[in-house]
Design a protein around this ligand. Structure first.
Ligand SMILES: [Zn+2]
Length: 146
């Protein structure tokens, strides 16, 4: 199935807007939860400020913060979409698969490049493991004695 750039743009835009809506809804419901807890006297901003310095993080506070962060990311993605750089692989500069973007909204690599990146990382980790094993072998308990 081939898709024109216009169709891809529309599809990605509606995907991002849909996600934005659901985050906003989540944020609203968290804020309502807080509102019912703190009452009308305290403003949400004042409440958030008081939470910021707390050691044990309030679950609603964490959720609201997360929503705010995600909304910023969505706004950024939407802005990038407008200038044509959203959903483009940073490595091979090919459009990233839409199914992949749906699962990983802010991914910067296409499936192919991510696979090779994963492979390289695993390879690195395996190498480090080998290195550790080698070091271990060279320092046998017997050799540690003076
Ligand atoms: Zn790529």
């Amino acid at each position: 199935m081939t898709q024109s750039p216009q169709q891809r743009y529309e599809a990605l835009k509606s995907m991002l807007l849909l996600r934005k809506k659901s985050i906003e809804a989540e944020q609203r419901s968290s804020e309502q939860e807080v509102r019912s807890r703190i009452g009308r006297t305290l403003s949400l901003t004042a409440w958030a400020q008081s939470m910021r310095n707390k050691q044990d993080q309030d679950i609603e506070y964490t959720l609201i913060q997360q929503c705010e962060r995600n909304l910023k990311l969505i706004e950024k993605a939407l802005a990038e979409l407008e200038v044509g750089i959203y959903g483009i692989c940073k490595r091979c500069l090919e459009p990233i698969e839409q199914s992949r973007l749906r699962a990983l909204l802010y991914t910067e690599l296409c499936g192919n490049c991510a696979d090779t990146a994963d492979f390289a990382q695993q390879h690195d980790q395996a190498k480090q493991k080998d290195e550790k094993a080698r070091v271990k072998q060279n320092t046998k308990p017997g050799q540690m004695k003076l």
